[in-house]
Design a binder for this molecule. Sequence first.
Ligand code: FAD
Length: 402
Amino acid sequence: MSHIVVVGAGQAGQQICATLRNEGFEGRLTLIGAETHPPYQRPPLSKGYLLGEISRERLFLKPEAWYADHGIDLRLGAPAENIDPDARTLRLGAEVISWDQLAIATGLAARPLPPEAGGDLGGVFTVRTLADVDRMEAPLKAARNVVVVGGGYIGLEAAAVGRKLGAEVTVVEAGPRILGRVASAETAAVMRDIHIEHGVTIREDARLDRLVGERQVSAARLANGEELPADVVIVGIGLIPQCSIAQAAGLKCDGGVIVDAYGRTSNPAIWAAGDCALFPFRGGLARLESVQNAIDMAQAVARNMLGAEKPYEPMPWFWSDQYDVKLQIAGLNTGYDRVVMRGAGKVPMSLWYFCGSELRAVDAVGDARAYMVGKRLIESGARVAPDEVADPETDLKALLKR
Ligand code: FAD
C-alpha cells in the first residue's frame, strides 16, 4: 500500500491530509509534528487567544479523534530528521519510516533576539507557537511596561493586546516605518495613527542596541543610548523558513523550499506547501505567509500528489486584527505604479494599487465592502479606472455588475 508522509503538523500539513482523504486516497498517511499539539490555527495567538477571549480548544483545526477516524497516523512531539530521497526514508527519533511520496510543510520559526543582545533574559518572548503564548500570558497580564521590538503585523497585534491589557506599550522599529516589509507606506500611516490613538508609542528609525537586566529584562536600550523601561519584551523581528531538513536532503532551497508550479520540489517524489514553500509567481519566486496560502496551496499539492497535474494559482489575501479594526488585503501590491485612496485616510478606508489599468491589490481598513469588491475584481481580472474607485460617489458593488 502506498505511504504518504507529511512533515509539519500545521495549517498546511493538516490540509494536505484532509484533501488527500477527501480526494479518495486510501493508502497509509502519516502526519509528523515537532510540536506536542495537534494542528492549530496561529492567527488567534497574537489576537484573541493572547487576550484571553478565545479558548484553547477553539484553536485546534480538528479534534484529536478526527485523525484516527480518517486513518491518519498523527505523530507529535518530535521533529522528522534526515530525509533520504534515494532510500525514500526519514528518521523520527530511533525509528526509520519509509515513504512513497513526502510533503514538507514545516512553516517558519520566529527569528530570536540573540543572547548577546539580551534575548535570553526572562520576560522576553516571541509569538509563533502556542507554547510561546502560554509562557507569555501571565507576565503580559501583569506587565506595566511592554516594549515590542519590530513593527510588523505580529508586533503590532501584540502591541494592541498589551495596550488592551492595560500596559504602556512602545513599538521599536529599526526601519524608517512600521510594516515596511508587508504593507505600503499609505497603509502603514493609517495603522500608525490607529495605534497612536490607542496610546501606543511608535518609535521608527529606532534601533535596539540591547535589552538590559540581571536575569529578568528591565529595559530596552536603543542605539542612541536611551533606555525604555520594560518588564515584558515581545520580539517580532522576522521569521526563518524551516528548510534545514529539505536542504540536508539536497532539495533546492533559497530562503524557502523551491517548488514548481505544481508544488513539486527538485525531487519529483517530494512536495512542499505553505509558509516554507517558494513557488513561481509573476515571473519570479514568491513565498507567502498566510492562512489562505497554506490552505489553497496544500489543497493543490495534495491533488497533484494524486496526479491532478494542475498548477497552483495563488490568490493572495491576508488579514490582521488590531483593536476593533480589521485590515484586509487582497492581492499582492508588488509592481504597482499608482495607488488611490478611498476614504479620507480614516477608518473605514481603502487603498487600491494599479499597474497601468490592472488592479493588483486592495488594502481595506475597517471596510469589508471595499475588500470584497476589490478581491472579486482582482480575481476576475476586470478593469476599473483608478479615478472611479477613488470617487466616494462610486457605488463599489455596481462595479461588479459591469
Ligand atoms: P505552520 O502552521 O507554522 O506549521 C508548520 C509546523 O511544522 C509547525 O508546527 C512546526 O513545528 C512543524 N515542523 C517544523 N519542522 C518540523 C520537522 N522537522 N518535523 C516535524 N514538524 C516540523 N495569517 C493570516 O493569513 N492572517 C493572520 O492574521 C495571521 N496571524 C498570525 C499570527 C501569528 C502569531 C502567527 C504566528 C501567524 C499568523 N499568520 C496569519 C500566519 C499563518 O498562521 C501561517 O501562514 C500558517 O500557519 C502557515 O501554515 P504552515 O502549515 O505553512 O506553517
